[in-house]
Design a protein. Structure first.
Lengths: 263, 313
């Protein structure tokens, strides 16, 4: 042996793709086996919409719901809720816990490139979101909400939102030093943000709507509601706000992320 | 290159956390195929040194090379991790994955991993492949962590207090595994605060205290520092103090101890004195100092000067 370490490298391309699939597969396995994540992250939005549907499926359009039927209002907002929970909520809590438990240190000790780990995580979160949204749209259909037509735009919007929410989740996990505090901090941000963004009930305060309009959830709600109710055209300001939050999250995540707890 | 490079080479390593100097000045090297133990009490700088070598912490100063690469240089990190394995003090595994899944997942990260079934057998978890990590006992979890350290078939293995919390049988198994890895030529750098473990496993022991190297050598040579010395212990009847003895002595909980480089002479003086006084020296024994004694002396000497420096801030 002449050099200290052989420099043979895994061929890029197919090898990396296989590594990503490997990574996403094990993330999925860990997620679905964990009752806490499967129930709170995945099932909650489905149950919420089912209950709303059972209570209000007969009600017609109402001005309280911005001229939409109750279900027409809730299918897109609960879809956003599920993306938010699967991406932001899941990552903020899971990454803080994994760092505390030494799982991240373990991963970091292997040759798995960091970017593969994170791309795998985001792909896993998107996959959970997609399954959740399919269920939500399906339940909406059962309660008579028409299926949207512009699927390519909806998919693009969901992927953008999911990636941005993932970035925010990693950012919050990076800033929280103590894993025990992670669920509380994540909820403290999540619940009021979803509430003022009109996820649980329409907000009829112009001031609140203006504030929420600059936060990441309401623009996503509005864009998705527009797409679900047949409005065509892209509101670039809404996309821009969501993307900007994603960018801020990504910057914080990249600068502050730690693989090991503070000594 | 004509000479075999050191597997690990550290010179003048320094690292502080705020005002705490975890590592002040540590230098040592590890040859390929060698098993070296970093021995020292808690806070001696063992884990920090290991974490710098593993690439988890940045050093404040000094040199560090692992398998010819700088562990602080990110561009070589992936190559380095391909060839190093580590077993941590804290076990970090996904609770809902099974033993087999946990090992298979890690195996997928390496270019040339060991066979998953082989690794599970090596660490003594055969038969538990389908058990979830959360259902494993503490000792079994540690074994799973050892499996994760080995699955990449590393040339250099770090073991951070590998047997802390093991029962005696599990500890023997772990020691056997380390010896098996030595046969395969794996270089091992381990930390321990257990002198017996260092003695049983290591070709060479580096004693750390207060972030510095206080002694270094083969376990037997480390004892050799004091090989000529002996420790004479006995009890005295009530009413006698160590001041009455013909040789310098210390007393601790009723037991008198005489440390001497010339035990034959000391024993002669003592027994001669006792016979003249008409006394019986109860429980009289003569022993060479144990490695434990040497270790305790080495580490207690070095801790003292570091204290003022820590409190200056």
């Amino acid at each position: 042996m002449t050099t200290a370490v052989t420099t043979a490298r895994r061929p890029r391309g197919r090898g990396t793709a296989r590594l990503l699939v490997h990574q996403v597969g094990y993330e999925q396995l860990s997620f679905w086996r964990n009752p806490q994540s499967a129930i709170f992250t995945f099932l909650f939005p489905v149950v919420f919409l089912t209950v709303i549907g059972a209570l209000f499926s007969g009600a017609g359009r109402s001005s309280y719901f911005d001229g939409l039927s109750v279900l027409q209002y809730y299918v897109p907002t609960i879809a956003v809720l599920s993306v938010f929970g699967s991406c932001y909520g899941q990552l903020a809590v899971a990454l803080a816990a994994r760092r505390q438990n030494g799982i991240l240190k373990r991963i970091r000790a292997t040759p798995l490139p960091a970017w593969v780990y994170f791309v795998g995580l985001v792909a896993h979160c998107i996959l959970v979101s997609v399954i959740d949204i399919a269920l939500i749209v399906g339940i909406g259909r059962l309660y008579g909400v028409p299926l949207p037509s512009d699927w390519p735009q909806i998919v693009a919007m969901l992927v953008l939102g999911a990636v941005c929410f993932c970035a925010l989740g990693v950012a919050v996990a990076s800033v929280i030093a103590n894993a025990d505090a992670a669920p509380a901090v994540a909820q403290l941000i999540l619940f009021p943000l979803l509430f003022i963004s009109g996820t649980y009930t329409p907000i009829h305060s112009a001031a609140l709507n203006r504030v929420a309009g600059w936060l990441p959830v309401r623009p996503f709600n509005e864009a998705l509601t527009g797409l679900f109710t047949g409005h065509t055209g892209t509101d670039w300001r809404q996309l821009g706000v969501v993307a900007a939050w994603g960018g801020v999250g990504a910057i914080v995540a990249v600068r502050r992320f730690r693989w090991v707890p503070k000594p | 290159m004509h000479t075999t490079p050191d597997a690990v080479h550290v010179a003048g390593l320094r690292k502080s956390y705020g005002s705490v100097h975890a590592v002040r000045d540590i230098s040592f090297s590890v040859q390929p195929g060698e098993i070296v133990a970093l021995l020292g009490p808690n806070g001696a700088g063992k884990t920090t040194t290991l974490e710098i070598l593993e690439g988890f912490r940045r050093r404040d100063g000094g040199e560090a090379r692992v398998l010819g690469l700088d562990p602080g240089d990110r561009s070589g990190a992936r190559q380095l991790r391909e060839h190093t394995g580590l077993v941590l003090q804290e076990v970090g595994v996904e609770p809902y994955l099974t033993v087999r899944e946990t090992v298979a997942r890690a195996a997928g990260y390496y270019q040339a991993p060991r066979a998953v079934a082989d690794v599970i057998g090596m660490v003594g978890l055969a038969g538990l492949e389908r058990r979830k990590a959360r259902k494993l006992s503490g000792g079994q979890k540690r074994r799973l962590d050892v499996a994760l350290g080995l699955v990449g078939n590393p040339r250099l293995l770090y073991l951070d207090e590998p047997t802390t919390g093991f029962d005696p049988a599990a500890r023997r198994d772990a020691w056997d595994l380390v010896r098996e890895l030595r046969q395969e030529g794996t270089t091992i750098l381990l930390t321990t605060h257990d002198m017996e473990e260092a003695n049983a496993l290591a070709d060479r022991v580096i004693v750390l205290s207060g972030g510095m190297v206080v002694a270094e050598g083969a376990p037997s040579a480390l004892g050799g520092r004091d090989a000529g010395k002996a420790r004479i212990t006995f009890r005295l009847p009530d009413g006698f103090s160590t001041g009455a003895l013909p040789v310098p002595a210390t007393a601790a909980s009723g037991v008198i101890a005489v440390e001497t480089a010339s035990p034959t002479q000391a024993l002669h003086l003592l027994t001669d004195w006792a016979v003249r006084e008409g006394l019986e020296l109860g429980g009289l024994t003569v022993n060479p100092p144990s490695l434990e004694d040497i270790y305790l002396r080495l580490t207690s000497d070095a801790v003292a000067p570091s204290v003022p420096e820590r409190t200056t801030k």
